[in-house]
Design a protein around this ligand. Structure first.
Ligand code: PMP
Length: 360
């Protein structure tokens, strides 16, 4: 077996210890005589797995008791619609902050249900920045404010939480959830596709304040109502059981690493090392203002883009894969989620330095 360092944006690297644990339990989960994949979601074994996963996530993120945690299907993309459908609550408008590619997707979907006010937009004239909140034009009549704390494609991350007063704040945390502690009580809804920092693709986690549940737009599908899932402990229909189980193993692994404060320290250090390698060279460049650079997704370009394919091919030979930037922006991108070990950063930085020497 030879495992590579996988810098893919998602589905992404998972903790090796967790993969190993899942392998041990693949054929038979704890004396049950079957794999988790084969269990009824309503049986006592799976109910215990599900409850433990939720409890561990609550503990890791210090989720207050007045929030429901939902384990759903449909990815983060379904939440682009479920958010307006559930949170408009008779209002006609919502504020959106546009900081990049995933914000735009959320905005596009939001426009199908309400009047979207772009309260702020990141500047992208060569160096991407997030405008300070003092420059935002929030609408006092907005039903909610939606933002994307970490833009997976653009590598732009908020290192602060907006203050929206009584207007519920909604965050697409797909590519930053669990990377550091956050104050959940500042949010109305937090949602994330699992396939980056949580577990395998096919699961979405939604954390929603209870008072925002139960006012879905009339005529919406039952499956699009948060109340359906909240009242049924995410078991109105068959949930993504294996993904839920695997997420539980990741949560337990995170607790063992020292929780989110420890992860934040590690993630900050990993990111700092990679940005330092980029900044100290004229060969590589990152297009984001240092104040809002992502700890999780690090895009960078080569001084000569004709070398891109050579860089990628040689990186792959060195066991460093999936470094190609998103097709919409080009260049490179290293996604360095919780499960990327420090050794992966060392290997990448060493490779980059060596490549630079050989091609300048
Ligand atoms: N939001 C963000 C920030 C993302 O990175 C992604 C996936 N890359 C999505 C939403 C879409 O997630 P999904 O594929 O789970 O619908």
């Amino acid at each position: 077996m030879s495992r590579v360092f996988n810098f893919g944006a998602g589905p992404a690297v998972l903790p090796e210890a967790v993969l190993e644990h899942a392998r041990q339990e693949m054929l038979e989960w704890q004396g049950s005589g079957m794999s988790v994949m084969e269990m009824s979601h309503r049986g006592k074994e799976f109910m215990a797995i599900a409850a433990q996963a939720e409890q561990d996530l609550r503990e890791l993120m210090a989720i207050p008791g007045n929030y429901k945690v939902l384990f759903l299907q449909g990815g983060a993309s379904s939440q682009f619609a479920m958010v307006p459908v559930n949170l408009l609550r008779g209002k006609k408008k919502a504020d959106y902050i546009n900081t990049g590619s995933w914000s735009k997707k959320a905005i596009e979907e939001g426009k199908r249900f309400c009047e979207v006010n772009i309260a702020a937009k990141s500047r992208t004239d060569g160096v991407a920045t997030i405008p300070p909140q003092s420059e935002w034009r929030l609408d006092a009549h907005a039903a909610y404010v939606h933002y994307t704390p970490n833009e997976t494609i653009d590598g732009v991350e908020f290192h602060w939480i907006p203050d929206t007063g009584p207007v519920p704040l909604v965050a697409d945390m797909s590519s930053t959830i669990l990377s550091r502690p956050i104050d959940v009580s500042r949010f109305g809804v937090i949602y994330a596709g699992a396939q980056k920092n949580i577990g395998p693709a096919g699961l979405a986690v939604v954390i929603v304040r209870e008072d925002l549940i139960g006012m879905v737009l009339p005529g919406m599908p039952i499956m699009f109502d948060y109340k359906t899932h909240a009242e049924n402990d995410s078991m109105y229909n068959t949930p993504p059981t294996y993904g839920w189980y695997f997420a539980g193993l990741v949560f337990a692994w995170l607790k063992k690493q020292g929780g989110l404060t420890a992860m934040a320290g590690i993630n900050k250090r990993k990111a700092r090392r990679l940005y330092a390698a980029i900044d100290t060279s004229d060969f590589y460049r990152n297009p984001v203002d240092p104040a809002c650079r992502s700890w999780m997704n690090v895009p960078f370009t080569l001084a000569d883009s004709n070398l891109d394919d050579t860089f990628l091919a040689q990186a792959k030979k060195a066991g460093l894969v999936a470094l190609k930037g998103h097709r919409s922006v080009g260049g490179m991108r290293a996604s360095i989620y919780n499960a990327m070990p420090e050794a992966g950063i060392t290997a990448l930085v060493d490779f980059m330095r060596d490549f630079e020497k050989r091609y300048t």
